[in-house]
Design a protein around this ligand. Structure first.
Ligand code: NAD
Length: 451
């Protein structure tokens, strides 16, 4: 069996070799998950809820261990990695409320009684990217399992370690074998098999827009359900009436968190022209003050990029532009890029249009509210965005006008497990999280009973 060597992106040192599942292994995992499905869907709702709560407790007991794995495997800061492991626990707890609440409807019809049921789909295949390995896995498997499905999950090649550990913790918590199976392997082998194998009834894909389109086309062959969470180029819109100091202090964290490898990164900052110079002068110390350190150091606020390839790709963007100002980054081993700010005039420039997926933010002035909205919407993406203003009416108007799935006013919050998350346009299809997520893992069945 071939293996993949996981590398610590902050030190370039090998961490561990992980076996890559081949096609036969992927088929075996899918077939075992299919065989486990009838018994899992038949587990009484209260018992399935109890098992998910137990899984959450076991994750809670391993937060430090999971976080440490992510610091080493993905270069995440300790603060982020602990939050991410805690997010898996929270998702499991939240969706453990679902099995006992999957109510259907009783619909008034003539001649009988009509009721609806939310039936689980069967085997769900979840394909996870490398940028947030734990949360994105949990957003998929927690509601899918709650709704009575079995799950096969493929972590990204670069970051399989926490997913593999979560699979072990599920068994430790008492989930039956093959209900949640982690299948580490290549996208072109295991990921594609989730798409082509007829026993997988839904694919949840998070990753690049390019691969997402292929996954969607593949799913069409079997009319297979698909959820896509793809790229983004989100705007942080700062009006002159905002608390500029607060907006400037918050802006770096909205784009440089996880070294900018965040689909929700506010990688465009639009600033009202009358406040543009003042905002930039406030932004500069906030960027240069960012603590970019080896994430093994608890004080680190930003770590390295995930791979040398990602570092080179980000550098390619920076080579084309003039950097207005930048923060620091360690020299020596590790795939580092300093947090960098670029001012942009031309909305056709690559840095303004394409997802950099690195610690680079582009800043542009706007003239008025309509201009801000038009510039924010001038993109094929539509995942998230922020509006900073002291005029709440305007905040709401602009939030309604921006074509994106997740907006925040005077805040950069995007992802809360209580609320739906997903993209407009080429940022995605369908929604994850929030109260309705389990329903996305069911078929609605209608039954009519004649009087
Ligand atoms: P990627 O598309 O290269 O890979 C994502 C996953 O798909 C990996 O597990 C990969 O192995 C797998 N894959 C690759 N080829 C495949 C194929 N042919 N069939 C099936 N699966 C395949 O993306 P990436 O580089 O790992 O992640 C970065 C991208 O993810 C960025 O564009 C980012 O914006 C996006 N992202 C989006 C969200 C969101 O929620 N919208 C969240 C995180 C990341």
């Amino acid at each position: 069996m071939s293996t993949f060597t996981v590398i610590n992106p902050a030190t370039e040192q090998p961490v561990v070799d992980v076996p890559l599942t081949d096609l036969a292994g992927a088929d075996a995992a899918i077939e075992a998950a299919h065989a486990a499905f009838p018994a899992w869907r038949a587990v009484a709702p209260g018992e399935r809820a109890r098992l998910l709560r137990r899984f959450a407790t076991v994750v809670e007991e391993h937060v430090e261990e999971l976080a440490e794995l992510e610091v080493r495997n993905a270069g995440h800061t300790w603060g982020n990695a602990r939050w991410e492991a805690g997010n898996v626990r929270d998702c499991l707890n939240y969706y453990s409320g679902a099995p006992e609440r999957m109510s259907g409807k009783q619909i008034p019809v003539p001649g009988g009684v009509d009721v609806t049921f939310h039936e689980p789909l069967g085997v769900v295949g979840i394909i996870v990217p490398w940028n947030f390995p734990m949360p994105i896995a949990g957003w998929g498997f927690a509601p899918a399992l709650a709704a009575g499905n079995t799950v096969v999950l493929k972590p990204a090649e670069l970051t399989p370690l926490t997913a593999i550990r979560l699979g072990e913790l599920a068994l430790e918590a008492g989930l039956p074998e093959h209900v949640l199976t982690i299948v580490p392997g290549k996208g072109s082998v295991v990921g594609e098999r989730f798409v082509t194998h007829p026993l997988v009834r839904k694919v949840v894909f998070t990753g690049s827009t390019e691969v997402g389109k292929r996954v969607m086309a593949g799913c069409a062959e079997q009319v297979k359900a698909v959820t896509l969470e793809l790229g983004g180029k989100s705007s942080n819109i700062v009006f002159a009436d905002a608390d500029l100091a607060a907006a400037a202090a918050a802006a770096p964290y909205a784009v440089f968190d996880n070294a900018g490898q965040d689909c929700c990164a506010r990688s465009r900052i639009l600033v009202e022209r009358s406040a543009y110079d003042e905002f930039l002068s406030l932004l500069q110390p906030a960027v240069t003050g960012l603590r970019v350190l080896d994430p093994a150091d608890e004080a680190s606020e930003m770590g390295p990029l995930i791979s040398s390839g990602q570092r080179d790709s980000v550098r390619g963007f920076l080579d084309e532009v003039e950097v207005a100002f930048a923060g620091s980054a360690p020299t020596g081993p590790g795939w580092w890029v300093p947090p960098s700010v670029v001012t942009v005039d031309d909305p056709a420039s690559r840095i303004w249009r394409e997802e950099v997926f690195g610690p680079v933010v582009a800043v542009m002035p706007f003239d008025d509210e309509a201009d801000a909205v038009a510039r924010a919407n001038d993109t094929e993406y539509g995942l998230s965005g922020s509006i900073f203003t002291n005029d709440l009416g305007r905040g709401l108007r602009v939030a309604r006008a921006v074509e994106a799935g997740n907006l925040s006013v005077n805040s950069h919050s995007s992802v809360r497990y209580w609320t739906p998350f997903g993209g407009y346009k080429q940022s995605g299809l369908g929604r994850e999280l929030g109260p309705d997520a389990p329903l996305a893992f069911t078929e609605e069945k209608n039954v009519f009973i004649a009087h």
